[in-house]
Design a protein around this ligand. Structure first.
Ligand code: ADP
Ligand code: ADP
Length: 226
């Protein structure tokens, strides 16, 4: 579960000057349960690739499959965490977390149980009735992570999730993410421009450049994990 395959991927955005290629010829894979990062400078196409795996964007060329099935639109099987949190401001913390489960028509008791467990693990229990605007950045992103995980996805997609946080909060959030990844045994695709962060967190890192042939190198991190 959670085997992602992106093959010969290219995506062009329509512009007034015609189609502008954002990514050309990128191929990556994520083995089930693997933590994989993509690093590269701003504008090289990391978010574009990630959004195609999420199903928010369609490849112009190439293919994106998860467990052998072509990605065709967003799905609760692929949870997404955004740099700017993108929480629902009119919903409480618990309401945000339960959103995806409601979409999946889970009954109230199951929603309650799943939400309470995840909120507990991530230290959000005391905040469950608060609204996102009253929370710090780190707390908002805890909610973002929990919301993405609440529906039991096979793959967690993270787009610079800690890019807006201070260094100290970042370390705490990295620990929370690593902890959730190990507990849930899901695959993670993590996008960042911080190569240190990528190496610190990942089993494998892809390096992307803005030049044609987007993926330039692949680094396996030979670390034993605790
Ligand atoms: P990164 O995540 O690595 O910063 P992006 O995937 O956001 O890179 O962007 C890749 C390229 O595509 C950039 O040149 C960016 O300006 C362009 N781009 C991104 N989104 C759009 C869009 N909606 N329309 C046109 N061009 C876009
Ligand atoms: P080393 O012994 O290799 O110099 P560090 O002192 O750099 O290790 O790292 C010690 C701790 O700092 C790590 O266990 C980790 O919690 C944190 N850390 C290291 N690098 C990063 C990074 N790029 N991003 C966030 N946290 C980091």
């Amino acid at each position: 579960r959670g085997h992602v395959e992106v093959r010969d991927f290219g995506l062009s955005y329509p512009t007034l000057d015609g189609p502008m290629p954002a990514v050309t010829n990128a191929s990556i894979h994520i083995n089930p349960g693997e933590f994989v990062s993509i690093v590269g400078p701003s504008g090289c196409g990391k978010s574009t690739l990630l959004n195609a795996v999420a199903g928010f964007l369609k490849p112009t060329v190439g293919s994106v499959t998860v467990d052998g099935e072509a990605v065709d639109g967003p799905s609760a099987e692929r949870g997404m965490v955004f740099q700017q949190y993108s929480l629902f401001p009119w919903k409480t913390v618990k309401g945000n977390v339960e959103f995806g489960m409601k979409m999946k028509h889970l009954d109230k008791a199951s929603r309650d149980r799943a939400a309470r467990t995840l909120l507990g693990i991530t230290g959000l229990t005391a905040f469950e009735n608060k609204y996102p605007d009253s929370l710090s950045g780190g707390m908002k992103q805890r909610v973002g992570i929990v919301r993405a995980l609440a529906t039991g996805p096979k793959v967690l997609l993270c787009d610079e999730p800690f890019g807006a946080l201070d260094a100290q909060t970042r370390v705490i959030m990295q620990q929370i993410l690593t902890n959730m990844w190990q507990r849930l045994k899901i695959s993670v695709l993590f996008v960042t421009h911080d190569i240190d962060e990528a190496i610190f967190l990942s089993d494998r890192v892809y390096c992307m450049t803005a030049r044609p042939g987007a993926i330039k190198a692949e680094i396996a991190i030979p670390l034993e994990r605790p």
